[in-house]
Write a protein that binds this ligand. Sequence first.
Ligand code: NAP
Length: 436
Amino acid sequence: MPHIAIIGSGPAGYYTAEAAQKKWGEDAHIDVFDRLPVPYGLIRAGVAPDHQSIKAVSRRYEKTALTDTVRFIGNISVGTDVSIGELQEFYDAVILATGAPNDRPLDLPGGDCANVIGSAAMVGWYNGHPEFAELDPDLSGRNAVVIGMGNVALDVARILSKAPTEFEGSDIVAHALTALADSSIETVTILGRRGPHQIMMTPKELGELMHLEQAIPRVDKRDLPPEDDDAILEPGLRKSVNHLRSFAAIPESIHGEKPRAIEFDFFASPKAIVGSDGVATAVEVERTRIEAGRAIGTGETYTIPADLVLSCIGYRTSPIDGVPYDARAGKFANSDGRILPGLYCVGWARRGPSGTIGTNRPDGYDVIDRVVEDIGSASRKQGGAGFDTLAAERSLEVVRFSDWKKIEDAELAAARDGAPREKFVDIERMIAATKD
Ligand code: NAP
């Protein structure tokens, strides 16, 4: 049976491992690599900490990981510790499930101000990703501006608006919980360059804004199209727009009842970050109108005060040396998951950052079908034993799934009351926990 290397242990990675296992059963040989010593990618470091029910899908991935045919090879950075070419010598198929961890660049004048933060860093910070644990965003001002109207913008706006008690039962990391408890942010403005009919926010997530302890969402009813126009929308988007209509119907008198506001600013395209000495103080915005679904600038501009700017405008896959990359789309250049002979991609690395966690499941099954079409079920390579020899020669510190379980036990033991875990936020402490 072929030897399969899957690079990335997030949803796309583990659904692909599951698919390979279904295909080849007990004869499967599957190694799942991750640059971190901990598995599950976006489930651990991307999904909002107050969305524990979504994070629970990791139990399904654990079932796959605990079988004899699948190995976790954590703490190994493909492209640095081992090259794609080397992996291709060992494995019949190398499947990149590396997601899209980098922000789409904001590319605005002033966008390099210190308090302009991309969603990868912000989400990574409150989720304890080691790369962003030191971010320490300045929450001492009153106004935050979130750019983008997708679910990530919604996550960031909600997390900034919640009271500490609303994080009970979540696995938000201690440094973020403490900082958010001290936050002075009163208004979070969510900027959309298009209108209510073009939002990318899903209804369940949008509906949560109605039930926040200390924040009330605000939509200007003049921004909403006539209600009859909602009939053409697909059902999910129609539900989301219904939520916006409910927000617009909140009487002005109610708004004063909570100390925080989440303001939706539609038809508002950011043009520049205004600031001095490298610190943003406002966002300059151009009013737009929609033509054939596209935002067209009207020339009318205004500024919104901003003590913190969060850019939540989508993500890009990290290029890897030797792997063809589609720079415009921000993902690996591929045809139906095929990159080069023996080299494939799956999930966000294949199709870009769209869809739900579950969208990656059919992707994983599809890519294994491609592998079977191309190379059948026979192996011509030595597989994981080859990598193990190379790792030993290079003194690479490989973290196995049993080591991760030790890290996890330590995180569970360190959990504050009511929380599922307290994550380690630096790699040294993770590795130290594997030695206990
Ligand atoms: P997204 O859904 O693609 O939304 C990106 C937003 O940024 C859009 O509103 C887009 O506006 C806007 N945008 C892009 N470029 C811009 C620019 N230059 N200036 C101003 N606005 C700009 O991306 P996402 O929010 O990062 O989410 C990624 C994926 O993860 C999505 O599939 C999402 O549903 C999923 N996700 C799901 C959940 C959940 O289910 N709870 C949570 C988080 C993320 P235009 O439409 O005008 O381009």
